[in-house]
Design a protein around this ligand. Structure first.
Ligand code: ZN
Length: 303
């Protein structure tokens, strides 16, 4: 009997501890898998993370599902790109109807706020410039220096929401920073022989990575961000690629493939599908391995 009551007591105590831990976990929803992954790196067992956009689809054009709305209603923190990357964020937030997740709210984190943005338009932007990237280029997380800024912003927000875990978050940030800073040195050394090389991008979504690596994002398959290429645009590109000795065309795994196939056939340019977000390929299960895959693929194609 004594053994049985000890057993029952143990179950009750274990159950209480487990439920206390579950209550303590912050439910973090990121728009992109990259943000959720970084939140997991910094938050460890103090967070439960998920993302709205699958890395296998273009992050500009996502349709939120009813399950996303439900997760957002229960979220302790919403992490997003700000700017106009996620044009679907407005309708999603309307459906969720929580003021604290909207811009300026206490339980949202706009990662663009700490980032030195590229391509910020100086004058008024018209729709003829394409209907996205109106506030500057929003694909900023592919520069590892911005990855450090993002990780720091996530750490500060997690400390604000769960101050009793501050030491754990600080240690995780410190470990992440040490590892990434080591990789930054390695990646720069790998790309050094190719600095200044011009690169074509399908969509203008790689300027931050290319800027970090010292490569030139000069040509784009889309004539304006979000506008598909017509036959004349492709012919112009064939001429520019041939005359500029351009060796690589970058796209994401979800980019339309026909234009790249055509350009490759006409000019022998190498078409590279990189990971823009964590989980886009199996080689990219976290932030550092994603950039490692991207840099190694670029170096191989330029060699
Ligand atoms: Zn874009």
């Amino acid at each position: 009997m004594k053994k049985l009551s000890f057993f029952i007591c143990s179950i009750v105590v274990f159950g209480l501890i487990a439920s206390a831990n579950a209550d303590e976990e912050l439910k973090v929803v990121g728009t992109l898998s990259t943000y959720s992954s970084l939140a997991e790196t910094i938050g460890g067992d103090a967070v439960e993370t998920s993302s709205v956009a699958s890395p296998r689809f273009n992050p500009h054009y996502i349709e939120a599902r009813p399950s996303d709305i439900l997760r957002m209603k229960r979220a302790d923190l919403f992490i997003h790109s700000g700017l106009d990357l996620e044009a679907w964020r407005g309708p999603l937030l309307d459906a969720v109807a929580r003021a604290d997740l909207r811009n300026g709210g206490a339980r949202q984190l706009d990662l663009s706020l700490g980032i030195p943005l590229l391509e910020v338009p100086s004058g008024q932007v018209s729709r003829s410039e394409g209907d996205i990237h109106q506030f500057g280029n929003p694909h900023y997380w592919t520069d590892p220096r911005n990855g450090l800024i993002i990780a720091q912003a996530i750490e500060s927000k997690l400390v604000e929401l769960l101050p009793e875990r501050e030491a754990q978050f600080k240690k995780n940030l410190h470990d992440f920073r040490s590892q990434l800073e080591g990789k930054i040195v390695e990646w720069r050394a790998m790309i050094a022989p190719f600095r200044g090389a011009p690169v074509v991008s399908y969509h203008n979504e790689w300027p931050y990575l290319l800027n970090f690596l010292g490569l030139k994002p000069e040509l784009f398959v889309e004539p304006k961000p979000g506008i598909p290429p017509g036959p004349q645009q492709l012919e112009n590109l064939v001429a520019q690629i041939r005359s500029g000795d351009v060796k690589v065309l970058l796209q994401a795994t979800y980019s339309p493939e026909k234009a790249g196939e055509y350009l490759s056939e006409k000019t022998k340019i190498t078409v590279l599908s990189l990971c823009q977000n964590v989980g886009e390929r199996e080689e990219c299960p976290d932030y550092i391995s994603m950039l490692d895959f991207d840099v190694r693929s670029l170096v191989k194609a330029l060699s």
